[in-house]
Design a protein around this ligand. Structure first.
Ligand code: CA
Length: 225
């Protein structure tokens, strides 16, 4: 089945350009010009990937992303203004898989979409029901097995990233990009160190191992633990 892309963008010319570029590469898309319209489409259809504009008529795409990540691991690429680094960093922290700067070249957009789809092919529609873990991204607080977790900022971002897409394996470099916002800012060993400390805190509250190592690939939040 052809993967379907959801384009959430209120500028119709940009949405059209994206749709045309995707179609040229054999990718089917649907378009929503508001968050309300997007929510409706997400309820009725399944999508392999979402292209998300941030400034939308009925709200901010980052707020949408924060809520969306609590229940879905579907890959998201945010569409940001070229000079807005803060939006990009925030978006990645909130669980976006990549970003494309506007105005984008159709070819770059398609390349990014395909790269993300390659990275996370099967878990796109996996529901992220995580009763054992609750994450409040606004307050940067997490509750695990009914108890509040005392986490450092880096541990929190790691946990939010992993648990935001249950079952999905993240490589160290992906985690660096998401939790630190820049793959060049820290070393991959840093990820291991933070995973270790995060795991120790989780183990204090539950003997089940949700944060698992996939040898040779990376880390994953396994909801079936
Ligand atoms: Ca916009």
């Amino acid at each position: 089945m052809t993967p379907q892309i959801l384009i959430i963008e209120d500028e119709s010319s940009l949405a059209d350009n994206a749709a045309i570029a995707l179609r040229r590469d054999g990718l089917v898309s649907q378009h929503a010009a508001s968050l309300a319209a997007a929510t409706k489409l997400l309820d009725s259809d399944s999508f392999a990937l979402i292209l998300l504009d941030l400034g939308l008529p009925d709200g901010n795409g980052l707020d949408f992303l924060r809520q969306f990540r609590l229940k879905s691991g579907t890959p998201v690429i945010i569409l940001t203004a070229r000079n807005d680094e803060l939006d990009r960093v925030l978006g990645l922290e909130l669980g976006a898989d990549d970003y494309v700067c506007k105005p984008f070249s159709p070819r770059e957009l398609v390349a990014r979409v395909k790269a993300v789809l390659r990275r996370c092919p099967a878990t796109a529609t996996a529901p992220a029901a995580n009763q054992v873990l609750q994450i409040d991204s606004e307050r940067h607080q997490a509750t695990f097995a009914g108890q509040p977790l005392a986490l450092t900022a880096a541990e929190f971002r790691l946990l939010a990233c992993l648990a935001g897409a249950p079952g999905r394996i993240f490589s160290r470099s992906q985690l660096l990009l998401k939790a630190w916002g820049d793959a060049g800012a820290a070393e991959e060993r840093t990820v291991d160190a933070h995973v270790k400390s995060l795991r120790a805190k989780l183990r204090e509250l539950s003997p089940k191992e949700f944060l698992v190592t996939r040898r040779g690939f990376g880390y994953c939040w396994d909801p079936s633990a």
